[in-house]
Design a protein around this ligand. Structure first.
Ligand code: ADP
Ligand code: MG
Length: 634
């Protein structure tokens, strides 16, 4: 193949511009990025040679870091999988990493100052070479192939590809350092062996392959100095060390490098278990939920290791779906090295480890909730939805529901703060038999529901369902501590204290004489509601909407409508307060004639008002506007 010049993909070019223009504050990280790529390449070779024995050779995997003051270069080489020409074009010339795309999108929206911060947090992988190099050469030969290819670029707009010679498979990257990174007068001198050694130890200590460097050993007397090759990193994976010896910074750095968690995780769980199966897990709750966490394209799963050797990424079989946000790894000597995803799914060991790990995480979450409420609430705000979906999805799995129900938080009318179900029940007066819930767009929408007035007056607490998934969760739970959930906007809601029962009896007495009126109101609404009735649940409010006992709520109807599923319709019941002055007006208009335009107009307006209170837009807002203006002028 002849030499060719190629253009970087547009997005790559943007990223390179950012890197080259050196807004990147931490100049050192290029080394950890290149070493981590080398380590990935060694992993890939090992895994591929399991199924393709032709690739196996007797060379020990290793990574070399060689600074050279004379040529002002640093060379990082590995004997891993390598790349062929097409792979170089695909992997180095384009940005395939979804994370990078996300990053660039975020960057586009960010202000200048926060852009710098973002760049500081984010690893740009291979391109970080251009932080310190004015020219980068990459010489690589794919394992199993005979020809090698050389990639050269100054990071501007294009790169060059050419055939070249290379003795064995693997990749060699030569960084031609910018002048400010060489020589002892500068802040950094990356041609200095000891400076590089320090960086390898700092950033790549637990890389699982030896990172080797040449060290000059001065001869004694007249003897010339010799070169000694030493392995710089300890190769002891972080998770194999004792918890008490690991600092939070080390953990954070680990998640950054190994799992691309650019922000320090919220919580880190490091579990070592011995027993029927032995395993170590190092997992975290990330700082933020991924944007696509609840979408099909989100790839959940943990990394899998056996005796510290990487087996596979994104293994979904350990944790239940409601823990899909967890990141991290499981290392177990009980797992075979050579294992396919299919076999893994059926592996008893994986099931046992997964279940044990899940239980452990449940326990830690419960502990966090009990001992460190604020931290738990931070977690809840970011990932609570996941747990709620978990309850809903385990509708028929009582064990899962039992495990999750005490981890749920809801806002309530008690003090607007987040509350567990147990705390709600704890505050319930003796006489209260049910857990009252109300759905709405947010707390203030629920607080303004006319039905809330009576409960407030009686000092009864209401659980707010403000997330579309909340109602489904409550529905799936069915009850908590033998108390059923009761929506205060459902037709079968009533209070059973003496005062409420008295008012109810009075209203029922009035209702006996109002049959015609209620029927005519219903007719005037042309089938919009299933029933019109008098209510004892309102105090100062004139109207409200209730939903049928077996129907979805109006909030749920809205959720489904937003998902283009208009089949989910709430059964609406219009409730009128017979003690409200407007009801008297309705009565007199009715007496004047049920077909009169005035009677119909008031009926329709009242219905529209009831809809608006629920946050539902009336079908014909212009008609409502006209009716209101007309009523105002009367
Ligand atoms: P990431 O490592 O997150 O995939 P990088 O920008 O660091 O992103 O690397 C891009 C890709 O280039 C890698 O996914 C890999 O396919 C390829 N690559 C980089 N370095 C090497 C290497 N030393 N050996 C083989 N392939 C490499
Ligand atoms: Mg990388």
């Amino acid at each position: 193949m002849p030499a060719e010049k190629l253009q970087f993909q547009a997005e790559t070019k943007r990223l390179l511009d950012l890197v080259v223009n050196s807004i990147y504050t931490n100049k050192e990280i290029f080394l950890r990025e290149l070493i981590s790529n080398a380590s990935d390449a060694l992993d890939k070779l090992r895994i591929e040679s399991l199924t393709n024995t032709a690739l196996a050779d007797d060379k020990e995997p290793e990574i070399f870091v060689v600074p050279d003051a004379a040529t002002k270069t640093v060379t990082i080489s590995d004997n891993g999988i390598g790349m062929n020409r097409d792979e170089v074009i695909a992997n180095i010339g384009t940005i395939a990493k979804s994370g990078t795309k996300d990053f660039l999108d975020k960057l586009r929206e960010a202000s200048n100052a926060s852009a710098q911060e973002l760049i500081g947090q984010f690893g740009v992988g291979f391109y970080s070479a251009f932080i310190v190099a004015e020219k980068v050469e990459l010489i690589t030969r794919r394992a199993g192939e005979t020809s090698a290819v050389k990639w050269t670029s100054d990071g501007a707009g294009e790169y060059e590809l050419d055939d070249c010679d290379k003795d064995s498979h693997g990749t060699t990257i030569i960084l031609h350092l910018k002048p400010e990174f060489t020589g002892d007068d500068n802040e950094y001198n990356f041609t200095d062996t000891y400076e590089l050694e320090r960086l390898v130890k700092k950033y790549s200590d637990f890389v699982r392959y030896p990172v080797k460097m040449n060290f000059e050993v001065k001869g004694t007397g007249d003897e010339p100095s010799t070169i000694e090759i030493r392995t710089v990193n300890s190769m002891k994976p972080l998770w194999t060390r004792n918890k008490s010896d690991i600092t939070r910074d080390e953990y954070n750095e680990f998640f950054k490098q190994q799992l691309h968690e650019w922000e320090p995780p919220q919580e880190i769980f490091h579990v070592k278990a011995e027993g029927t199966v032995e395993y170590t897990a190092l997992v975290c709750i990330p700082a933020h939920a991924a944007q696509n966490l609840y979408y099909a394209d989100y790839e959940a799963g943990l990394q899998l290791y056996s005796r510290h050797v990487f087996i596979m990424d994104k293994c979904k079989d350990f944790l239940p779906d409601w823990l899909r946000f967890m990141k991290g790894l499981v290392d177990s000597p009980d797992l075979p090295l050579n294992i396919s995803r299919e076999i893994l799914q059926q592996s008893v060991e994986v099931k046992v480890i997964g279940r044990a790990l899940e239980k452990n995480i449940l326990k830690q979450l419960a502990k966090l909730l009990k001992d460190e409420r604020e931290r738990y609430e931070t977690f809840w705000r970011e990932f609570g939805k996941s747990l709620k979906i978990g309850v809903y999805n385990s509708m028929f799995d009582t064990k899962a529901k039992d495990e999750l129900k005490d981890l749920l938080l809801f806002q309530t009318s008690h003090d607007g703060k987040l509350s567990t179900l147990a705390e709600y029940v704890e505050r319930m007066p003796e006489s209260q038999k049910q857990i009252y819930v109300a759905a709405g767009a947010d707390a203030s929408a629920i607080e303004r529901l006319p039905q809330m007035e009576l409960l407030r007056e009686r000092g009864l607490e209401v659980l707010y369902l403000t997330d579309p998934v909340d109602e489904f969760t409550i529905e799936a739970l069915h009850e908590y501590a033998e108390k059923h959930f009761q929506s205060i906007t459902r037709e079968d809601f009533e209070l059973d204290d003496a005062e409420s029962q008295k008012v109810k009896a009075e209203v029922e007495e009035i209702a006996k004489t109002q049959g015609d009126l209620l029927k005519d109101v219903k007719d005037a609404l042309d089938g919009a509601v299933a029933e019109v009735r008098l209510t004892s649940r309102l105090k100062s409010g004139a109207v409200c909407l209730a939903t049928g006992a077996n129907s979805p709520s109006l909030t749920m109807e809205k959720t489904f409508a937003a998902m283009n599923n208009p089949l989910f319709k709430a059964t609406q019941i219009l409730e009128l307060n017979p003690n409200h002055p407007v009801y008297k007006k309705l009565e007199s208009l009715h007496a004047a004639g049920k077909d009169s335009p005035d009677f119909k107009a008031v009926c329709k307006t009242l219905y529209s008002v009831a809809l608006l209170i629920e946050g539902v837009m009336p079908k014909d807002p212009v008609e409502l506007a006209n009716q209101v203006t007309e009523l105002l002028t009367k």
